[in-house]
Write a protein that binds this ligand. Structure first.
Ligand code: HEM
Length: 374
C-alpha cells in the first residue's frame, strides 16, 4: 500500500473476485475527499460485479452500506440514540460489570489462558447482543452466523448464514414494533412500523450492526499483540493511565484493521482525484489502512507514538458511512485495555511469539488466539 501511495497516488487495481479493474485511492486527503463527496455512490454498486477481495459481499444489498443520502441518513438516524456519546456512556457501567465477571473467571481459573476465547470474543459479543436486544439464549447462533459471514472463502455458507441472521432480526423487529423498547431492534422495529424505514433495510442494518459489533475482538486483539511485543509501551501505559485515550487512537491508526479494501464506490460523473480523471461509472476503492500511514499527515507513520497529536486517523472511516459503532468500539477498547494493564500485572505471551497465527481467509485481520500467562 505504501508503495502504491508513493507511485500512484491513484492506481488501477484488480482483486481476486469480481470483474474488471477499479481505482484505488490511498492518500489521506484523497480518501477523505472520495468518501465525503456525493459524486461517489454506494447505491450504484448494487448489481455490479466489481472487483473485490471476497467472493461475496458482506452487507445485504438493502443494508445501510449500500445506500446514499437521504435514505442513508434516515436509517442511520433511526438508531442514532443508541450510538451517541450519551447512549454509549449509559452502557459503560453495565459493560464494565460484564467484563469484570469475565476477568474474574479467568483469574479464578489461573494461567495460562487464551484471551481471544476468554475475553476478546465474549465481551464485545455480550455488549452488542445486549444493545441489539438479542436474548442470551440466541447468542451462540448469532456469533456463529457472524463468523460464517466474515470468513471470506466460502460463499455458500456465508450467504446462508446471512439469510438466517436476516430472518432472525426481521422476527425480532416485528416482535418489538411497538417501538417502546430501548434496544436497537426496538428502535428499528419502531421506525419500520412508523413507515420511516423499509423493513428490508432495517433488517439489513441490524445484521451489519451485529457483525460490526464483533469487530472489536480482532482490533483489540491486535492491540494486545502490539502491547505485549512492545514492553516499553506497555509499561508506560501502566504507569501513565492518562495516556491511554491518545494511545488507543494511535493504535487504531497503526493497526491494519482490514485485509485489502472494503466496499467500493462508483463515480456518478467525471471527477478528478489526486490529479487523475475518474470517469462516470468507474468503481473506486479507498484504503483507510493506507491513509492512516500517509507520511504527509503522520510523520514517521510506521512508528507508534503514544502521544501523537494531532491524530486525524480514519480507522473508523470518513464521511456519511463513518462507523456507526465508533464510540461503542472505543468504550469497549478502553475497558479491555485497562483490564489487560491493571488486572494482569505480569501479562506476557504463554508461547513464543512466532507461534501466533493470524486468521487466514477473513476480511478483518487479527490473531486466531492469544495464549497468555501472568
Ligand atoms: C462501518 C471500522 C467497530 C458497525 C465501518 C467502516 C470502518 C469501520 C472503517 C467503514 C466506513 C466506510 O464504509 O467507508 C471499525 C473498527 C471497529 C469497528 C476499526 C472496531 C475497532 C464497529 C462496531 C459496530 C460497527 C462495534 C457496531 C456497533 C459498523 C456499521 C458500519 C461500519 C453498521 C456501516 C456504516 C455505513 O455504511 O453507514 N466501521 N468499526 N463497527 N461499522 Fe464499524
Amino acid at each position: 500500500m505504501a508503495e502504491l501511495m508513493r507511485e500512484g497516488p491513484v492506481t488501477r487495481i484488480r482483486l481476486p473476485h469480481g470483474e474488471g479493474w477499479a481505482w484505488l485511492v490511498t492518500r489521506h486527503e484523497d480518501v477523505r475527499m472520495v468518501t465525503n463527496d456525493p459524486r461517489f455512490s454506494r447505491k450504484a454498486v448494487v448489481g455490479r460485479d466489481i472487483t473485490r477481495l471476497a467472493p461475496h459481499f458482506i452487507p445485504l444489498k438493502d443494508s445501510v452500506a449500500f445506500q446514499d443520502p437521504p435514505d442513508h441518513t434516515r436509517i442511520r438516524r433511526a438508531v442514532a440514540p443508541a450510538f451517541t456519546a450519551r447512549g454509549v456512556e449509559r452502557l459503560r457501567d453495565r459493560a464494565r460489570e460484564t467484563l469484570d465477571g469475565l476477568v474474574g473467571d479467568v483469574l479464578r481459573d489461573g494461567p495460562p489462558a487464551d484471551f481471544t476465547e476468554r475475553l476478546l470474543a465474549p465481551f464485545p459479543l455480550a455488549v452488542i447482543c445486549e444493545l441489539m436486544g438479542v436474548p442470551a439464549a440466541d447468542r451462540d447462533d448469532v456469533h456463529r452466523w457472524t463468523a460464517l459471514i466474515l470468513a471470506s472463502e466460502d460463499r455458500e455458507s456465508s450467504e446462508r448464514a446471512k439469510q438466517e441472521m436476516y430472518g432472525y432480526f426481521t422476527g425480532l423487529m416485528r416482535e418489538r414494533s411497538a417501538g417502546d423498547g430501548e434496544d436497537v431492534t426496538g428502535l428499528l422495529g419502531g421506525a419500520v412500523a412508523a413507515g420511516e424505514v423499509p423493513e428490508a433495510a432495517a433488517a439489513g442494518f441490524a445484521v451489519l450492526l451485529q457483525i460490526g459489533g464483533e469487530a472489536v475482538t480482532k482490533n483489540c486483539g491486535n492491540m494486545l499483540y502490539i502491547l505485549l511485543t512492545h514492553p516499553g509501551h506497555l509499561a508506560r501505559l501502566r504507569s501513565e493511565p492518562a495516556l491511554r485515550p491518545s494511545a488507543i487512537d494511535e493504535l487504531l491508526r497503526y493497526i491494519p484493521h482490514r485485509n485489502a479494501v472494503g466496499l467500493s464506490r462508483i463515480a456518478l460523473e467525471d471527477v478528478t482525484v489526486g490529479g487523475v480523471r475518474i470517469r462516470a461509472g468507474e468503481p473506486v476503492h479507498v484504503s483507510y489502512v493506507a491513509a492512516n500511514r500517509d507520511p504527509d499527515v503522520f510523520p514517521e507513520p510506521d512508528r507508534i507514538d503514544l502521544t501523537r497529536r494531532p491524530n486525524p486517523h480514519v480507522a473508523f472511516g470518513h464521511g456519511p458511512h463513518y462507523c456507526v459503532g465508533a464510540l461503542l468500539a472505543r468504550m469497549e477498547t478502553e475497558l479491555l485495555v485497562s483490564a489487560f494493564l491493571d488486572r494482569f500485572p505480569r501479562l506476557r505471551f504463554a508461547v513464543p511469539v512466532t507461534e501466533l497465527r493470524w486468521q487466514r481467509g477473513a476480511l478483518i485481520r487479527g490473531p486466531e488466539a492469544l495464549p497468555v500467562t501472568w
